[in-house]
Design a protein around this ligand. Structure first.
Ligand SMILES: *Cc1c(COP(=O)(O)O)cnc(C)c1O
Length: 246
């Protein structure tokens, strides 16, 4: 390794450390302001489009939860970083045929929006549990908070949640963690996360263990924390802007 590479690496580590600390301070003050005491939400660092080397640097800074949205990229990074104690969260739209691959590395899937995907994941986790004894897959039902179908950012309609939840609760190897949503573009995130909190409460009334709420990105994490987010998915405020691909 040349000195140039070593210096660049130190600079990137310092940059990531500073950005991570800044986000952690925002989370701490928003949690305190929301009167949620010291119960900090789980920070998932969304590393899509950024190299595996950055994830290794983040792990050395104490990050344990990382998020990815494409199976091909996620599975390659998880294989390369198999020596690290990381939890991999799949947060993107997922085709049922990718269930087998995701079951090999994912601790959680945040984007479950249809029965066929639950069936695919149940089969894939059963195979993987036989092979490796892996633990259950944490599953979030992604909810669409868009009234306008044209602005759809993925997820099931709120009315579809009870059926999906019952199906998931009955599936071996899948654990119903709770709900996930992305605030609609151009809308007030407070209103969106307030709606999500109500949806979560109705789910918990039937499935008392499904208390998790995956909500909040770089731009709207404070609003999500105010409305009970337990899992934050933060990318650009920690890693910087993503290379403009796809
Ligand atoms: C990319 C992504 C994030 C992170 O978004 P940032 O604005 O970079 O913080 C969170 N959730 C999902 C589903 C994503 O695809």
């Amino acid at each position: 390794m040349s000195d140039g590479v070593a210096v660049d690496d130190a600079a990137r580590v310092a940059e990531l450390a500073e950005r991570l600390a800044k986000v952690q301070r925002r989370i701490e003050s928003a949690t305190a302001e929301a009167g949620r005491g010291h119960e900090l939400p789980t920070l998932i660092v969304v590393t899509k489009f950024h190299p595996a080397a950055d994830i290794r640097r983040l792990a050395a800074l104490g990050v344990r939860d990382v998020g990815e949205n494409r199976d091909q990229e996620a599975s390659a990074k998880a294989a390369e970083l198999a020596d690290l104690p990381l939890h991999w969260h799949f947060v993107g739209q997922l085709q049922s045929k990718k269930a087998k691959s995701v079951a090999r590395y994912a601790h959680a899937v945040h984007s479950i929006d249809r029965p066929a995907l639950i069936d695919g994941l149940e089969r894939a986790i059963a195979v993987e549990q036989d092979l490796t004894g892996r633990g259950p897959l944490q599953c979030f039902i992604q909810v669409s908070l868009d009234d306008d179908a044209g602005a759809h950012r993925g997820g099931a309609a709120p009315g579809e949640i009870p059926l999906l939840a019952d199906r998931m609760a009955a599936a071996d190897g899948l654990e119903l963690a709770g709900v996930m949503a992305v605030a609609p573009l151009g809308a007030d995130p407070e209103a969106a996360f307030e709606k999500l909190a109500a949806i979560s409460a109705s789910l918990v009334a039937v499935h008392p263990a499904a208390t998790s709420i995956s909500a909040g990105m770089s731009q709207d994490m404070e609003a999500a924390i105010r409305f009970g987010a337990t899992h934050l998915r933060i990318g650009s405020d920690i890693l910087g802007s993503r290379p403009d691909v796809g």
